[in-house]
Design a protein around this ligand. Structure first.
Ligand SMILES: [Ca+2]
Ligand SMILES: [Ca+2]
Length: 107
């Protein structure tokens, strides 16, 4: 029973750490700016399909602390090769890991 619980914890931890985007604006987490990211952000802004609270910070592609159509324009600029997506600092991944471990130890 403990082994199953440990395996589940490791699986959830691994999924949590490696499923997050590594760049702001790469909302679908495929490693690059594409029309898919634009569609996801457009759907979020229109209220058609909201992003999860976990993914929402990655929608701020231009890093001005506001998620709006300027982020769509920024992602389009990246697609056109006029800009590059900001890299998510390592500390953000570390923070996610700590949060995950904290949740595990609480149970
Ligand atoms: Ca992407
Ligand atoms: Ca923004």
């Amino acid at each position: 029973m403990k082994f199953r619980k440990l395996a589940l914890i490791i699986m959830l931890f691994t999924y949590h750490v490696f499923s997050m985007p590594l760049r702001f604006g790469d909302i679908d987490g495929d490693g690059m700016a594409t029309t898919s990211d634009v569609t996801i952000l457009s759907n979020h802004l229109s209220g058609k399909e909201m992003l999860s609270a976990e993914l929402e910070p990655f929608a701020d592609a231009n890093r001005d602390n506001v998620i709006n159509t300027n982020d769509i324009e920024f992602i389009v600029d990246v697609i056109l090769g006029l800009a590059s997506l900001p890299i998510v600092p390592d500390i953000a991944v570390g923070f996610s890991s700590r949060v995950c471990i904290q949740n595990v130890s609480d149970k």
